[in-house]
Design a protein around this ligand. Sequence first.
Ligand code: NAG
Ligand code: NAG
Ligand code: NAG
Ligand code: NAG
Ligand code: NAG
Length: 525
Amino acid sequence: MMPIALCVLVASCVFALEALIPVHSPCNALLISPSLVGFSIEQDRWTDWVGTTNRNEFFYNTLTNLKHLTGKAPPIRIGACDHTNFNAAVQFSEALFPPPTSQVPYPQALNVTAGDGYYMTVRHLPPGTEVTVGVNFGQSNITAAVLEAHSLARAFRSASVVRANITLEFVEIGNEADQYALKGLRHPSFSFKAYMREWLRFSREVIKAAQITETSRTKLLSGSFLSSTHSVLGFSPQAVLKSSVFNTEVGPLITAFSQHHYSGSFCSGNGGILQDLMNKIHIRGNLSAFIPDMVAMARHGLDYVIGETNSYACHGAAGISNTAGAALWALDYLLYAGKLGVSRVYFHQGIGYKYNAIQPVHLYRSTINGEPFMPPQPPHIQPMYYAAAIASEAIGPTGATTIIELDIDHPFLAGYAFFERGTLVRAILINSHAFWAGDVEREEVRLQLRSTHDHWLRPKNMVVKRLYMRGVNETTGLRWGGQTYETRSGKIGGRLRTELLPVEEDLVIRQSEAIMLSFRYEGSN
Ligand SMILES: *[C@@H]1O[C@H](CO)[C@@H](O)[C@H](O)[C@H]1NC(C)=O
Ligand SMILES: *[C@@H]1O[C@H](CO)[C@@H](O)[C@H](O)[C@H]1NC(C)=O
Ligand SMILES: *[C@@H]1O[C@H](CO)[C@@H](O)[C@H](O)[C@H]1NC(C)=O
Ligand SMILES: *[C@@H]1O[C@H](CO)[C@@H](O)[C@H](O)[C@H]1NC(C)=O
Ligand SMILES: *[C@@H]1O[C@H](CO)[C@@H](O)[C@H](O)[C@H]1NC(C)=O
């Protein structure tokens, strides 16, 4: 706490915090997946994202940027499937939307009808994309689920999709079934037992239709619950593991468990406070609640994914989810999840939602209050996209990067170190103390990195790259190493600006800033 108090009092803070940083990957370091950063797309306007007859170049570019950083295309979930039916007579999809309101300018559809062309549009994704698709379970209509699964199988076996190496990684049966009783999709007494029985009946038909076998690339994703604590009706990851499903022929086809998570819910009104969202302790509190679930899944050899997440449920809170501060939240959230062993984090997105990283089409009204835009706003990224890019850059393209969290005794400063072939290569430091544009004094933290041992292989220099924002409430004008993704094409623009410092030098991390360090060793450049 001391450094902050001092920094407030004196303009240039003389204090340097210390953080130990190992030069070799310690034994508690975990592999961090190059597919960590994913997107979950609302089914109702999926074809707006990806394109129909032609691909959506803007969306493609934003995904390809990330693919260049990690070597893997970001995984995509076409989710929220419980209002989607299938009709072969529909070319792509048809959806029925309720009227927009100022509080919900971009409501989600009441129902969606997909045809074969709908799933075929996955061919417009970047080559190598791994896709998860949900089929309808909410409406208890097994015919709908089976027709969708058949159409999925046709799409992912089509020549253009196979040629682009775009694969159906998971089929998900139903979305947040733990909420069905609350939402009126099932009887109020809909228990976990009843759920599991019905899910098994559906999955037996879906695996046949989607041709899921022990040797197929495609597997089943289990869970997709919103809450693991909301277990009045017995829904929990542990209950899934204990259920008899693993003693059936469906058991071996389930290879991952998906949890949905939001840091809070502000459906009406904008009750969120940005500093609360960004808060280091809150992020750790929100995610570490799932550690017992992750451990249980790992014991059973199942992968743990956060299949749908974002800042605040109900499409985000205005002035919070769409701001630069949310980028700092998302970066810490992603890396903390990765450090806990989560293999994928799918940020939920819908056309015009406040918490999007990407707005892939022209918008004709404000995402904040629904006021008409004249002229319409062209496709653009929102601040959270920078978090996706920075995390991807930190993970890098080796496919074998390991991560640890740095132990930093500071309420707002979080840090992570990254190792390749066992050697320290990068670090990320995030100062989540909120600075509002217009505030006068922007505080800074000074940090001195100390190597855990004076090995001859210690790095000599570090390249410092900074995420700049005018203030956490701003929604544009961010710069990552001087560069911007706020371009017409979604491709990076501007000239790269970095600093080169000896590793012994104090690092200055300003209020509401994130930095990446890339370490340079003797003999390398
Ligand atoms: C969609 O919902 C509307 C209103 O509830 C209903 O009239 C219509 O029949 C539904 N369409 C389909 C295809 O389910
Ligand atoms: C296809 O994509 C997968 C990732 O889904 C990747 O591991 C594999 O190397 C790719 N294969 C080819 C031939 O590019
Ligand atoms: C179930 O889905 C099928 C296939 O789209 C449709 O024909 C049928 O009307 C649906 N049943 C109900 C009860 O909605
Ligand atoms: C989760 O984060 C929110 C802020 O977004 C905070 O209000 C809440 O207390 C956090 N929960 C935990 C368990 O830390
Ligand atoms: C951020 O806050 C400052 C100071 O209150 C204000 O001048 C600025 O317009 C705000 N930015 C946005 C995008 O609301």
